[in-house]
Design a protein around this ligand. Structure first.
Ligand SMILES: *[C@@H]1O[C@H](CO)[C@@H](O)[C@H](O)[C@H]1NC(C)=O
Length: 299
């Protein structure tokens, strides 16, 4: 069967070994690209590319935004560098060279992949390319706005509606909520949190965020006599602003001051319901166990 193939495998192995040897001896070791993962619109950013050519000289280093080359450095040429026109890319030639390239006044259109391609000189022109992603964010030009209803006072057991809005940015801001010092991550018994709403303005390409929260005023939120609702808008680690609204407990109906931290009426009701549920479970379990015992016993 296929005896004609016999001499081939050793030969392939031999060539394979040679190729591996060449790769190992002359390979470009570890091309490493470093790009700020996030930058703000208008920033000057430096992208760097490190490589170890071992014994071989550098032939070229090329920088791409997506698939478009915007900067090239070839030591043998004079001058060794060249910049190519690419939309929104503004290379600072005085701060660019064999291992880095500096971009002035980056804009959000420059969000995307950046590639650095390093080629070693003759005889092999071994080439390696590495990619990194950069987000250029357009920050909101204003603080978030927080509105609550009611605005300043609430009776225990009533609801407070809060809405927070962060004006246009790209990407849209994240919104976090705090009651007093506790971060609100999800809805629970007394709090309802709506998913973040994002609205785009196609004319300017920016996105605003809106978040809604409904809080049932329970006594434990008013330990210090008032409840602080905080809305915090943020864009990565680049930008963060918060706004607070303080709501007092409206206790005009209370005749006597409350002594110490006591449960509110609704809390107690919920506690009773919970206990009921637990008792019901125990009751059902008992019935099942008893029935099983009776069946076993009768057999
Ligand atoms: C929003 O929060 C998510 C989850 O923490 C995070 O992955 C994302 O990068 C944040 N976006 C912005 C614009 O800050």
């Amino acid at each position: 069967m296929a005896t004609g193939w016999r001499p081939w495998p050793p030969l392939i192995l031999f060539y394979g070994l040679i190729v591996i040897l060449i790769e190992v001896c002359w390979a470009l070791k570890e091309v490493r690209i470093t790009v700020p993962p996030v930058a703000r619109s208008g920033d000057t950013v430096t992208l760097s590319c490190e490589y170890d050519l071992e014994e071989v000289a550098l032939y070229s280093i090329k920088w791409y935004r997506g698939d478009e080359e915007f900067y090239r450095y070839i030591p043998k040429e004079s001058p060794p560098f060249r910049a190519f026109p690419v939309n929104h890319v503004n290379v600072d030639l005085s701060k660019s060279g064999p291992t880095e390239v500096t971009l002035r006044g980056v804009r959000r259109e420059l969000t995307g992949d950046y590639k650095c391609e390093v080629s070693a000189d003759a005889p092999l022109f071994h080439t390696d390319i590495k990619t990194a992603y950069m987000i250029v964010a357009e920050l909101p030009n204003d603080n978030p706005i927080l509105r609550t209803e009611p605005t300043s006072k609430v009776e225990i057991g009533q609801k407070v509606k809060a809405e927070c809005y962060s004006p246009g940015s790209d990407p849209p801001a994240n919104i976090s909520w705090y009651i007093n010092d506790d971060r609100i991550l999800t809805s629970d018994l007394n709090i309802r949190l709506w998913p973040l709403q994002i609205e785009s303005d196609p004319a300017i390409g920016l996105k605003s965020s809106k978040s809604k929260l409904e809080i049932e005023a329970i006594r434990s939120f008013f330990m210090s006599g008032f409840m602080r609702i905080r809305c915090e808008a943020s864009i990565f680690s680049l930008w963060q602003r918060h706004v607070d609204v303080t709501i007092k407990e409206d206790n005009q109906l209370q005749l006597a001051p409350i002594m110490g931290p006591s449960q509110s009426h609704t809390d107690q009701v919920i506690e009773i319901i919970r206990n009921d549920a637990r008792l019901n479970r125990i009751f059902v379990c008992n019935i099942i166990v008893n029935t099983l015992c009776v069946i076993l016993f009768l057999r």
